[in-house]
Design a protein around this ligand. Structure first.
Ligand code: 5RP
Length: 219
């Protein structure tokens, strides 16, 4: 079998359908892997009561397929959240936010009983940090936050001409040595002006579905 990266994303997305139960309102993420999941959801949409989306783009896509999109404040605890990642380790710590939706993603992950992360095998790494770590920040704090990240060994780059769905800039931090993701997430969370850091270690994924050349690995 010769599976492209895109095929691997697609099979991982398809495998996540198994976690959707009749009558659920579920959380749905953002990105190309999540887009495949939305396409698969369309094929079972009668089973779903609705979805909460982690971005305006995913909300539009869900609506396009006739899946009701609900506001986070209208729903209680979600049984399931399905989303991609930029990097994942075997203990299910993640870097997310390459697509800029990290804040809503972290909120939905926190509100969900089960977080299923879907990805192609290039995303599975031994240590997080090759992918630049996104941090959504309050505009007036961005230089101060960047200086602090430099002192922590990182190289911050402002995501040029980009604002999140919430209207905030993102700093992408290169070269961080992420030996202890839980501790680093706590440390960055404490910097005033940080809205969200794209480390998902305090609330990691519960299940990783990794699309590979030979099918889907469940971690
Ligand atoms: C968006 C994300 C995405 O899950 C992440 O960027 C992965 O994207 P893709 O599925 O396109 O590889 O965190 O903020």
């Amino acid at each position: 079998m010769n599976m492209s990266k895109s095929d691997q994303k697609r099979v991982a997305a398809e495998a996540a359908l198994e976690y959707v139960k009749a009558g659920d309102v579920i959380g749905v993420g953002t990105g190309s892997t999540a887009d495949f999941f939305i396409e698969y959801l369309a094929s079972i949409k009668g089973k779903l009561d609705g979805a909460v989306a982690s971005s305006d783009a995913s909300a539009a896509k869900l609506q396009h397929f006739g899946i009701p999109v609900l506001d986070m404040n209208q729903v209680g605890t979600l049984p399931l959240y399905v989303d991609g990642a930029d990097e994942a380790t075997r203990n299910r710590h993640l870097i997310k936010g390459g697509g800029g939706a990290l804040t809503r993603e972290k909120i939905i992950a926190e509100a969900s009983e089960v977080f299923v992360c879907i990805a192609d095998q290039t995303k599975l790494v031994d240590r997080l940090g090759t992918f630049p770590l996104p941090i959504e920040v309050v505009e007036i704090a961005r230089s101060m936050i960047a200086r602090k990240l430099v002192r922590m060994g990182g190289q911050p780059v402002l995501r040029d001409g980009y604002l999140t769905d919430n209207g905030h800039p993102i700093l992408d931090i290169r070269n961080l040595d992420i030996m202890n993701p839980v501790e680093l997430e706590r440390q960055i969370n404490q910097i005033p002006g940080v809205i969200t850091v794209g480390l998902f270690a305090l609330r990691s994924a519960d299940i990783l579905l990794i699309g590979t050349e030979s099918g889907v690995n469940t971690i």
